[in-house]
Design a protein. Structure first.
Length: 502
């Protein structure tokens, strides 16, 4: 699904006005589509609900007037709440006058004398909003957010910036009904946390009016096309050789998690290379991989002396995962540097692998093979020499710029993980806060490495990895709980989940 800025969607609508529809016609379509979605969200309970439709004085209010009028037509008690002043723009005023003529109750926000609404529909600001809301809107937002009513925002929660996701003060919605397409407010922090459950409605704009290379969300349909039916005469060599260079004495679990994730997603042969002191942990938890204990240093991490063995294994590999629990010292920096410069198989660089190259980031330009890096915001901040706050406030720009400058695929983790090669941008919509725990990144690296070994292109492997990884989190949350789920719970469902993509 497309993700557009305010400027982009306005250009689409302006193009549609030239041939397909009037502004008033699209406003009616939008209000009607949102009304129908609200009916589906609340079902039979809507009939007995008191609904307040909060309207500003811009064009977004026109959608609200249509919604209020349609609710009134099906005998739902719906009140229009004027937040500032009555509409003066022609199209919203036309639908306001129609609602008034049909006896829809209208009152000013200052005259609300109770807080007994069951549903609040937010049509205060549209996608053109940016900055800080002036009074009385801060007071109105506080009223809505302190209400016990379920809140539905139309297009974007009022007070959020639809283009960059910034928020100073805004409505916190339980549901957001996006019109035509998603906007960046739905996928970028902090505004994505204000949206609740997001639905998208079609208001009749023809596909021909979408003309740019827009950002996209990752969909199940996108992922399924990568997993063709396996040949009947396949053997273990048919599905790739994956080399995981992960783990250390202090963090052996990272290597175990990455290995289990790779095996559960169908790689043919997996070789796990690790410091020799980790051998008892690896063999206690894994039976299927090939084990390659490596020479280690005093810190019990992989040492420079292991490079000869690593170079031999790189010749065998179809994909390489480097960094999960690897540790960070001078030896690790040299080892990671040499892997990047030597491997002819695509590499997934995660965690300590990223930390190892952060002081010498130009080495990634000396790579021989495609490189996927999977940083969380803290690791991304170290890579670019900025603060974590800067990364979180500029997720799209940071990921895209780094990918383009260094010719890598960036998987910037977090809510709505960003995948980009510097040109195309994809947002992942699966996953939940229960995944914010140690080990989930190791799991993701193992999955992406497995898909690379099986022949997926780097961007496709990254997209499939983050989508399926998030789905595992969503299933684990549903079956256990958001607070109680573990990485083992996610891995447990991973193998069965792959049946959805066969």
């Amino acid at each position: 699904m497309r993700v557009l800025t305010a400027k982009q969607i306005k250009a689409v609508e302006e193009d549609a006005f030239k041939t397909d529809s009037t502004e008033a016609g699209l406003m009616l379509n939008a209000g009607t589509a949102c009304f129908e979605k609200i009916c589906k969200i609340f079902g039979e309970s809507l009939a007995n609900s008191r609904v307040a439709v909060f309207c500003g004085n811009g064009k977004n209010a026109g959608d609200g007037f249509v919604i209020a009028d349609l609710l009134h037509n099906i005998n739902v008690q719906s009140d229009i709440i004027i937040c500032d002043k009555e509409p003066t723009i022609d199209e919203p005023k036309m639908y306001y006058d129609k609602a008034v003529k049909n006896d829809v109750k209208v009152m000013n926000f200052t005259n609300i004398d109770d807080n007994s609404y069951d549903i609040i529909i937010d049509c205060i600001f549209g996608i053109g909003f940016h900055g800080e809301p002036r009074e009385p809107f801060s007071e109105i937002f506080d009223y809505i957010n302190s209400s016990s009513a379920k809140v539905v925002s139309i297009d974007t929660p009022s007070g959020t910036d639809s283009t960059d996701g910034s928020v100073i003060n805004a409505v916190r919605a339980d549901y957001t009904v996006a019109i035509s397409t998603l906007k960046f407010a739905h996928v970028l922090p902090p505004s994505n946390s204000y949206c609740g459950k997001i639905y998208t409605v079609n208001i009749g704009i023809d596909e021909s009016h979408y003309k740019s290379n827009y950002a996209q969300t990752i969909t199940k349909k996108d992922i399924k096309k990568n997993f063709i039916k396996r040949d009947f005469n396949s053997n273990k060599g048919s599905f790739g050789h994956q080399l995981n260079i992960c783990g250390s004495y202090l963090m052996p679990g990272a290597s175990v998690i990455a290995a289990k994730a790779a095996l559960k997603t169908g790689v043919g042969l997996l070789k796990c290379a690790f410091p020799k002191s980790v051998y008892p942990v690896m063999t206690a938890h894994l039976t299927q991989p090939i084990f390659k204990p490596l020479c280690e240093n005093e810190a019990k991490t992989v040492s420079i002396g292991a490079l000869g063995d690593i170079f031999e294994d790189l010749k065998w590999a179809d994909s390489v995962v480097v960094g999960c629990g690897l540790g960070n010292n001078d030896d690790i920096q040299v080892v990671v540097d040499q892997i990047i410069k030597t491997s002819e198989a695509p590499i997934v660089l995660d965690a300590d692998g990223i930390n190892a190259v952060a002081p010498f980031i130009d080495i990634v330009k000396d790579k021989k093979a495609p490189l996927i890096i999977t940083p969380h915001p803290g690791e991304m901040a170290r890579l670019i020499g900025e603060s974590v706050d800067y990364v979180c406030s500029n997720r799209l720009e940071v990921a895209k710029a780094f990918a383009k400058e260094n010719d890598v695929v960036v998987v910037l983790k977090g809510a709505n993980t960003v995948v980009t090669d510097g040109n195309d941008v994809f947002f992942n919509m699966t996953g939940n806060p229960g995944m914010a725990m140690g080990g989930t990144g190791d799991m993701l690296s193992g999955i992406i490495g497995s898909f690379l070994a099986q022949g997926l292109k780097p961007v496709e492997a990254a997209k499939a990895g983050v989508y399926i990884h998030g789905r595992c989190g969503d299933i684990a949350r549903q079956e256990i709980s958001e607070r109680g789920m573990t990485v083992d719970d996610m891995i447990y469902v991973l193998g069965a989940l792959m049946s959805e993509f066969e």
